[in-house]
Design a protein around this ligand. Sequence first.
Ligand code: ATP
Length: 149
Amino acid sequence: ENVNLASITEALVSSFQKAYNRSIELNIQDRPVVRTDQQMFRQLFYILMDNARKYSEDVITVNIKTFSDGAVIEIADRGIGIPADDLEKIFDRFYRVDKARTRKKTGGFGLGLSLAKEIGEAMDADIQIESVESEGTTARIIFPGTTSY
Ligand code: ATP
């Protein structure tokens, strides 16, 4: 199915904003259309937004752009970040970075990112997470080989 990532993301961002009363900056550089599964994209986007919300308090930035060979959706927060030693393990099932570091009770099971990884594989998208402890985290959903409108 052809999915207009920008249109879906606009709608998701606006309902997320209302539901959680958080400020979200959406930058749409391009409006790529990709052949993928819309439901899977929604679920994946939600998992990554939910993490950005849980582990930060400041504005969340969402960028949509294309590059030479594909499309990318970026979700960036300025939150607590992930220590370098933990980064390679966050996609493991039930893995959580020491929960004492969050003031709020986030109450997760450490399942979100392992699910994100599986959804990514099922829809031929790459999930990348870049993070600096105490500065913030950027999650990327990358669709290779996409044409932009
Ligand atoms: P669940 O998704 O099951 O509700 P969770 O958020 O703990 O719980 P994951 O989404 O798998 O589980 O994330 C694993 C761990 O990675 C988290 O416990 C958290 O420590 C860290 N993490 C994930 N996203 C971020 C982020 N945006 N900023 C800081 N830490 C993060």
